[in-house]
Design a protein. Structure first.
Length: 201
């Protein structure tokens, strides 16, 4: 069904939060990031933050130029597909290009591009320790089944929704699954597919 302006604005806000909340994932066969919980990432965090699931090195290694990720966002009867591509990466950072389309494959917005430091992108996966519960979990999404760290994050203010983030052990980057609910309506973001860049032999 066509997406209305109010729903489009809500999804745009959500995807800005997700796209820059944490860098999107991928581990290629030729340049894969370390699997399992990151070394040092499971230790108690400082500055009042919960442990961050991945290191800067893992995030960087998992995102070679040309990686394209597709996510499905569903809320009530509305479905949106979010595309994210990584370009012009170097030792400091990367350009993240993102765009959305509706269930009929029609574009919702024009592609946007933003360059960020790897260290900045990692910090987007940080949550206040006092409002976060962290535990082991399994989750299944269209892209596959994963062993994960589940982060249950309560809202900062009364009435804010609780969000559940599932970070896969072997997919450094954003959550493979995010579930949140507001006013009795659930919003779910799940990983559909990873298109890995072609590398010379």
């Amino acid at each position: 069904m066509p997406i209305d302006k109010r729903t489009r604005a809500r999804f745009t806000h959500t995807m800005h939060h997700i796209a820059f909340l944490m860098i999107l994932l991928a581990a290629t066969s030729c340049q894969s990031a370390p699997t399992g919980p990151a070394a040092g990432a499971t230790k108690t965090a400082t500055d009042g933050l919960a442990p961050i699931p991945y290191t800067v090195e893992q995030v960087q290694a998992a995102h070679p130029d040309g990686t394209l990720l597709r996510f499905r966002i569903v809320q009530a009867s509305t479905e949106v597909e979010q595309h994210v591509r990584f370009e012009n990466g170097d030792g400091e950072g990367v350009e993240v290009v993102s765009w959305s389309q509706d269930a009929a494959k029609q574009p919702i917005n024009k592609p946007t591009k933003q360059r960020s430091l790897w260290s900045e992108l990692r910090k987007h996966a940080s949550f206040a320790a006092a409002r976060t519960e962290r535990k082991r979990a399994q989750c299944k999404v269209p892209a596959g089944s994963y062993e994960c760290w589940e982060y249950v994050v309560r809202g900062a203010n009364e009435g804010d929704p609780t969000q559940r983030f599932y970070f896969a052990d072997d997919k450094p980057g954003p959550p493979v699954l995010l579930v949140t609910e507001r006013d009795g309506t659930e919003l779910m973001l799940s990983l559909i597919h990873i298109s890995e860049p072609t590398r010379p032999l």
